[in-house]
Design a protein around this ligand. Structure first.
Ligand SMILES: Cc1cn([C@H]2C[C@H](O)[C@@H](COP(=O)(O)OP(=O)(O)OP(=O)(O)O)O2)c(=O)[nH]c1=O
Length: 197
C-alpha cells in the first residue's frame, strides 16, 4: 500500500481528499509562502511545490512510492493575483472589486513521488472562472463580519455563505474550494498511480 501525505493545514483540502476515498495522513507545510512569478499558473505550481518539498524534507528517509501532495490557490482579477486578505478592510475592498464581475481561481498541485530513493516531481494547475452577482457594501460587510473570508484566497468561500452570490462557474468547482481532485486522479492515472486501494 502506498503512503500518501497531504502537505496542508486546509480543512477544505482534507475534506475533498477524504470524500474521494483516499487514505492519507496530514503534515502541514511550515514557512513563508513566497510568490516568485506574476504568471498565476506558474505561481501556484511553484507555491504548491514549495509546500510539498518542505514536508518531504521534514520526512527524511521514507518508504518507496510515498506521495506528498502540496497545493496552493489564488484568485486572479484584472491581472492581479489575490491571496488571503490582510485584514477585514482588505477583504471588504477585494469583494467590492469582485462583485458583479468574473474572476479566475487557480489552484496549483505538486505531487512528489519517492522513486528509487529520489523525489520525482509532478505538477499541474487548474483554472476555474467564477462569476458573482452584484453585492452591496452592506451585504459584503455582513459577510466579512462572519470571519469566513480571512483564511481564504480572494476573501470568500464558495462552499460557505458567499455561495448565495455566485451566479455561475465555468470549470471545476472543487478547484475553487482548493483542490481539483478529479484532475489530480486523472494526472496520477496517466502516471500509473492509483490514489485509492
Ligand atoms: C476561492 C476559495 C478559496 N478557498 C480557500 C482554499 C485554501 O484553503 C485557501 C487559499 O490558501 P492556500 O494558501 O492555498 O492554502 P491554506 O493556507 O489554506 O492551506 P495550506 O497552505 O496549508 O495547504 O482559500 C476556499 O475555501 N473557498 C473558496 O471559494
Amino acid at each position: 500500500m502506498r503512503k500518501i501525505i497531504l502537505a496542508s493545514a486546509s480543512p477544505r483540502r482534507r475534506e475533498l481528499l477524504t470524500q474521494a476515498g483516499v487514505t492519507f495522513s496530514i503534515i502541514p507545510a511550515h514557512g513563508e509562502e513566497k510568490r516568485t512569478s506574476d504568471e498565476p499558473g506558474e505561481a501556484v505550481q511553484k507555491l504548491a511545490f514549495d509546500k510539498a518539498v518542505s514536508v518531504a524534507e521534514e520526512l527524511g528517509e521514507c518508504e518507496e512510492k510515498t506521495l506528498v501532495i502540496g497545493s496552493d490557490t489564488v484568485v486572479v482579477f484584472q491581472n492581479s493575483i489575490l491571496g488571503k486578505p490582510a485584514d477585514e478592510e482588505d477583504a471588504v475592498h477585494t469583494l467590492q472589486r469582485l462583485q458583479d464581475n468574473t474572476h479566475q481561481v487557480y489552484t496549483g498541485v505538486a505531487v512528489l513521488e519517492k522513486k528509487q530513493g529520489q523525489w520525482i516531481e509532478h505538477t499541474f494547475y487548474e483554472k476555474t472562472d467564477v462569476k458573482f452577482y452584484p453585492v452591496s457594501e452592506n451585504e459584503i460587510r455582513a459577510y466579512v463580519s462572519t470571519g469566513e473570508p480571512m483564511d481564504k484566497a480572494g476573501s470568500y468561500g464558495i462552499q460557505g455563505r458567499w455561495g448565495i452570490y455566485v451566479k455561475g462557474i465555468c470549470g471545476d468547482y472543487n478547484n475553487v474550494v482548493g483542490l481539483p481532485v478529479a484532475r489530480l486522479f486523472h494526472e496520477m492515472k496517466k502516471l500509473g498511480i492509483s490514489l485509492v486501494d
